[in-house]
Design a binder for this molecule. Structure first.
Ligand code: A2P
Length: 279
């Protein structure tokens, strides 16, 4: 599995299995089990997804050595702050039934629960996360949905720089300024909703490029992000799609095809402003 090196010299597999919107129980357990069976070695979950227990059980029962799997989870929006983060992280470890996570992210920079004091709340969370890194309970730490001003505020006090920012990225939504800013700060970009939550798959442009390269529209979307250097996190509960989404390292989009995708409009709706959400 192709990897990307983070600023702490650790490797992250460039393809991960996204579990947002996969319900806890049979669906989460079976899809993660199948993803691991066909070769995924990177699973992305979150406290807010409510499926950590099934993800953990699927990993455990896969029989694959824990060290061979890259596991990410994220801090819940209601748990920002030093003490809350310490408790929330331990609860995630318990649910995942594991001794450590490979990557732990602050899921949202400015949730409604701590909006009046989001800067201090994030700094408190980060301090707790840094302590867990030193204790070996977390290997890498990062952020998700953060924009430049959220990152600036975090960096004022951070002792460990974020290793990644996980944001909404796909052909048509490339968040150019933010991506460049994160690259300048040596962060890896992780692309969530790389298929535009499925909305990109009927795009005539993507379909025509898929025909040109003899691949599926989903594979073209994922390959586009991979060639940009991003980590991709496609979600699926359908075995044939889980299998298909893995086969994105045996072909290349040429410069002209990449340029056509660069020109795409965002056909999947605007990305939410994290300072203005109701959650
Ligand atoms: P499903 O979960 O029913 O298989 P994103 O990763 O951008 O959030 O997109 C996820 C959506 O795309 C889900 O609705 C998922 O459907 C669908 N999907 C994922 N992979 C494929 C694929 N290879 N072909 C068609 N649809 C797919």
């Amino acid at each position: 599995m192709q990897t990307v090196t983070m600023n702490n010299k650790l490797e992250i597999p460039q393809l991960g299995f996204g579990t947002w919107q996969i319900p806890e129980g049979k669906a989460a357990y079976e899809s993660v089990r199948y993803a691991l069976e066909v070769g995924y070695r990177h699973i992305d979950t979150a406290a807010a997804y409510g499926n950590e227990e099934s993800v953990g059980r699927a990993i455990r029962e896969s029989g694959i050595d824990r060290e061979k799997i890259f596991l990410t989870t994220k801090l819940h929006n209601n748990d920002h702050g030093y003490e809350q983060t310490k408790e929330a992280f331990q609860e995630s470890l318990r649910k995942l039934d594991t001794d450590y996570v490979d990557l732990y992210l602050i899921h949202w920079p400015n949730p409604i629960a701590s909006r009046s004091h989001w800067q201090d709340a994030n700094r408190g969370s980060w301090k707790a996360m840094e302590e867990f890194v030193r204790q070996g309970l977390i290997k890498s730490i990062g952020i998700s949905n953060f924009r430049e001003h959220h990152i600036e505020s975090l960096l004022e006090r951070a002792e460990i720089k974020p290793q990644v920012n996980q944001i909404r990225l796909y052909a048509g939504e490339q968040q150019h300024k933010l991506v460049q800013y994160c690259k300048d700060k040596q962060m890896v970009l992780e692309a969530y909703s790389p298929l535009g939550t499925g909305g990109l798959l009927s795009s005539p442009l993507i379909k025509s490029i898929a025909e040109e390269v003899g691949k599926s529209p989903a594979q073209v979307c994922l390959r586009y992000d991979v060639q940009k250097g991003h980590v991709v996190l496609p979600k699926s509960v359908t075995p044939s799609s889980i299998l298909q989404n893995k086969d994105i390292f045996d072909f290349t989009l040429n410069a002209e095809q990449m340029a056509r995708l660069d020109e795409m409009e965002n056909i999947c709706g605007p990305t939410q402003n994290p300072d203005e959400t109701s959650f």
